[in-house]
Design a protein around this ligand. Structure first.
Ligand code: SAM
Length: 376
C-alpha cells in the first residue's frame, strides 16, 4: 500500500547518506526485515517488504512502498535521505573530486543534491578534519533556503556548505576572488516539473515518444506514438479547467492552449539557458551538470544545443560530456536524449541522460547533461 507522498507502482527510493552510514549498516538495521529483491519490478509487484540495491547509483536502495519514515531513526538522524533515483543522477554525474576544488550548487533548496554532493566529496573524510573544499549552495528564495539549511544540518554537511540565503545565482560574480577555486557546478534550475510523479495534467502535452531502451539511438518516432500525441493534445485543449502548469517550485500558470504552454516553456527554457551560460563564465570551472525534472525537450536538449552553440561556450571550450566519459553507472543507464530534439546530433543525444515516469524503471521523469572542458 502506498502511503502519503508515494505513488502506486513506484518504489520508495532511499539514498544512504555516506557521511553518516553505509548500505551494509542500513541493511542490518533499518531494513533488517526486508527481503532482498532480484529486480526493481519485484519491489513494485511482490507483496511484502522488499529491498533492492540499485545497480546504477552508489549508496541507493529501492524499497517497497508503505513504510512510515516519520519515526525511523535513520531518517530523522539523516543517515538515510528519501530521494528519487533520477534526482541522484546530477551529483553522481558531476563526480566532484578533491582536484576539482570548490563546488557550486546554483539552485539548491530543498537540498537533496547539495547534501549528495557533500556525501560524494567527503565520504572518506567524515570528520572534515581539514575540509579543503567548500560547497557554495545558492537559493534565491529565502524561505526555501531555510529548508535547505535544515536539510544540510541533518545530513551532517553544514561545516562544508556555505548557504547563500536569498542569493540569486545570476547575481554572483564569476570573477570574484571568493569563487576563484570553483571547479565544478551543479545546475538544477526551476522547470515545468512535468516529470514529477503524480502530475498528469497539461505538462504531458509534449511527452516525447514512449521510452525504449535504445532511446538516443537512431530511432524515429513510430506512427503509433505520433497518433497518440496528437490525440492527447486534442483532448487536453478541450479541457481547459485542468490546464494548470505547476512549476517544481510551486509557480502556477493557467495554460489554456498549446500556445500558452509553448510560451511558458520558452520562458523557462531561456531562464535555464541564461543560468547555464552564467556557469560557463567561472574561470576555473571544468565540469558542469544541468538538470530538470521536465520531460519537455524545450527545457532539456534544446537548452543543451543552444548552450553549446553559444559564443561563450566556444570561447571557453565547453563541450558535452560524452557518454563514454561518464561515471560507470550512468554510462550504463539505457535511457538517453532525444536525437531529433538534439537537432540530429547523436553524440549530444547520447550524452544526455533521461528518464520517464511509468517506463518500468520506477523513477520520475528527469533530464541531465554534463559539460566539460580541458583547459582553464
Ligand atoms: N536542487 C534542489 C534539490 O535537489 O533539492 C531542487 C532545486 S528546484 C528544482 C529549483 C530551485 O532553484 C528553487 O528552490 C528556486 O527557488 C531556486 N532558484 C530559481 N532561480 C534561482 C536563481 N536565479 N538563483 C538561485 N536559486 C534559484
Amino acid at each position: 500500500r502506498a502511503s502519503a507522498g508515494e505513488e502506486a507502482n513506484y518504489p520508495r527510493w532511499v539514498r544512504v547518506n555516506a557521511l553518516k552510514s553505509t548500505v551494509e549498516e542500513q541493511l542490518e538495521t533499518t531494513f533488517s526485515k526486508h527481503i532482498r529483491a532480484e529486480s526493481i519490478q519485484d519491489i513494485v509487484t511482490k507483496p511484502g517488504r522488499h529491498i533492492y540495491i540499485d545497480p546504477h547509483v552508489p549508496n541507493l536502495l529501492a524499497i517497497s512502498a508503505g513504510m512510515d519514515f516519520a519515526k525511523v531513526e535513520a531518517y530523522t538522524s539523516g543517515k538515510i535521505i528519501l530521494q528519487d533515483k533520477a534526482s541522484c543522477f546530477p551529483a553522481y554525474l558531476l563526480d566532484p573530486r578533491s582536484e576539482d576544488g570548490d563546488v557550486i550548487d546554483a539552485c539548491s533548496a530543498p537540498g537533496n543534491k547539495t547534501t549528495h554532493l557533500a556525501a560524494i566529496l567527503y565520504k572518506h573524510r567524515p570528520e572534515f578534519e581539514d575540509a579543503p573544499q567548500t560547497i557554495y549552495a545558492f537559493e534565491k528564495d529565502s524561505r526555501r533556503a531555510q529548508t535547505l539549511e535544515k536539510m544540510v544540518k541533518i545530513a551532517g554537511s553544514k561545516s562544508v556548505t556555505r548557504i547563500g540565503f536569498g542569493q540569486d545565482f545570476l547575481q554572483v560574480d564569476p570573477t570574484s576572488e571568493k569563487y576563484k577555486d570553483v571547479g565544478a557546478l551543479l545546475l538544477d534550475p526551476s522547470c515545468s516539473g512535468s516529470g514529477i510523479v503524480g502530475r498528469d495534467s497539461m505538462p504531458e502535452l509534449h511527452l516525447p515518444d514512449p521510452p525504449t531502451e535504445n532511446r538516443g539511438g537512431k530511432g524515429k518516432p513510430t506512427p503509433a506514438s505520433t497518433t497518440n500525441k496528437k490525440k492527447r493534445r486534442h483532448e487536453e485543449i478541450e479541457e481547459p479547467a485542468q490546464n494548470v502548469l505547476v512549476d517544481d517550485d510551486g509557480v502556477e500558470t493557467v495554460v489554456k492552449s498549446e500556445k500558452d504552454l509553448e510560451a511558458r516553456l520558452e520562458a523557462l527554457s531561456s531562464f535555464q539557458l541564461t543560468l547555464l551560460l552564467h556557469a560557463f563564465r567561472f574561470p576555473r570551472a571544468k565540469k558542469i551538470t544541468f538538470s530538470t525534472c521536465s520531460v519537455h525537450s524545450q527545457e532539456n536538449e534544446r537548452v543543451v544545443i543552444r548552450a553549446l552553440a553559444s559564443d561563450i561556450a566556444k570561447a571557453k571550450g565547453w563541450r558535452i560530456l560524452r557518454r563514454e566519459g561518464q561515471v560507470s553507472g550512468l554510462r550504463e543507464w539505457p535511457v538517453r536524449g532525444v536525437v531529433e530534439a538534439a537537432e540530429g546530433d547523436e553524440t549530444v543525444a547520447e550524452g544526455c541522460i533521461r528518464s520517464y515516469k511509468g517506463d518500468g524503471h520506477g523513477v520520475m521523469g528527469f533530464f541531465v547533461a554534463g559539460f566539460v572542458r580541458d583547459s582553464v
